[in-house]
Design a protein around this ligand. Structure first.
Ligand code: 9Z3
Length: 317
């Protein structure tokens, strides 16, 4: 569906703390523009779609933010500055390695309650904790990670547009990596009840409107020089590559990463106008804790570098 994007945004209420978050994004991009760094915007996790203005109920999705947070660590490792636009309470880089653990089970009280360090990390977690803490502190000290959270679709869309518009100024040094699972459907503000829907009124019927595809304006208007990567998710593997190719043709961005829900941690296909490249982990690699993002990100760096070199040659010519 073709959209008049500015009309669509006009009816999306400005979310709480938007200006504060936007200021942080702009300051971050300015800082890295001066440093001449490459900056990637990573979107991660799922969006909620509220059913009431004073929200009690909402529609959500499966995404945990593994793809986004693991990719963020790999981009940081390769020297990129990262704007991590993530769903509140989904996985975040570095801390994600402890997300399945209860914090209180990681810590221990010292035998001697008067010890100078009364709380200690349990021995079995010490090694991993130290490794991640070192990486995290180093990244934060270098100022290369900015994490900005969203919950609703509305918040996500406003923050996405603000981040991409801000990246426009660094032109081809910007990459946009759209790993978030964003709802395709929503209830416009003027069709949403204000108060909690009453079960006493009987079965619930509501109709959801289509969210316009914003990849078009993102690529053509918001940051036309950026290297843009979208994701295509399907549950039917027979549809996957065709749908990814169609998206590439329609939105004219650089690359689509195609994945099937159940196998997304083991196999992805990198789809470009030139060819398709499958990246897969063996079962042994998976058991050894290898993550597919360790292989995806280096592929993207090479392609981004190539595009930057080509654009640079065009300008010199
Ligand atoms: C993805 O396909 C991501 O790889 C996943 C990662 C969301 C599957 P997790 O967060 O999962 O690690 O649990 N993201 C994009 C999904 C999406 O909604 N794509 C739209 C589509 O397929 C287009 S932008 O139509």
């Amino acid at each position: 569906m073709e959209v008049d994007c500015s009309n669509f945004f006009q009816q999306l209420p400005i979310p709480d703390k938007f200006n504060e978050k936007n200021d942080k994004i702009c300051a971050f991009v300015n800082q890295h523009k001066e440093a001449g760094s490459k900056v990637v915007l990573i979107t991660s996790g799922g969006t909620t779609v509220p059913l009431e203005s004073r929200t009690v109920r909402y529609i959500d999705n499966f995404s945990q933010g593994t793809r986004g947070s693991a990719s963020a660590e790999n981009f940081l490792h390769h020297g990129y500055a990262v704007i991590f636009l993530y769903r509140n309470r989904s996985l975040e880089p570095f801390s994600r390695h402890f997300s399945r653990l209860n914090l209180l089970d990681i810590l221990e009280l010292a035998d001697d309650s008067s010890a100078t360090q009364p709380i200690i990390v349990r021995r079995e977690y010490e090694g991993k904790m130290k490794t991640m803490l070192l990486k995290y502190k180093k990244v934060m000290k270098s100022g290369r990670l900015l994490s900005i959270d969203f919950t609703t679709l509305n918040e996500y869309l406003h923050l996405l547009r603000a981040s991409v518009l801000s990246l426009r100024q660094i032109r081809q040094s910007a990459m946009v990596y759209l790993a978030a699972a964003v709802s395709d459907f929503y209830i416009p503000k003027d069709q949403m009840p204000e108060h909690k829907i009453q079960s006493a009124d009987g079965p619930l019927h509501f109709s959801l409107q289509l969210v316009p595809k914003l990849l078009g304006p993102l690529v053509m208007e918001w940051a036309p020089d950026a290297y843009v990567i979208s994701f295509k998710l399907e549950t039917d593997k027979n549809l996957l590559i065709r749908k990814a190719q169609e998206a590439l043709k329609k939105y004219r961005h650089q690359l689509v990463i195609a994945n099937v829900l159940e196998t997304r941690k083991q196999t992805v296909v990198i789809v470009t106008n030139e060819n398709n490249k499958t990246i897969s982990l063996t079962n042994e690699q998976l058991l050894d804790g290898v993550e597919i993002e360790e292989h995806i990100v280096p592929e993207l760096l090479v392609r981004h570098q190539q595009m930057m070199a080509e654009k640079c040659n065009e300008t010199n010519f």
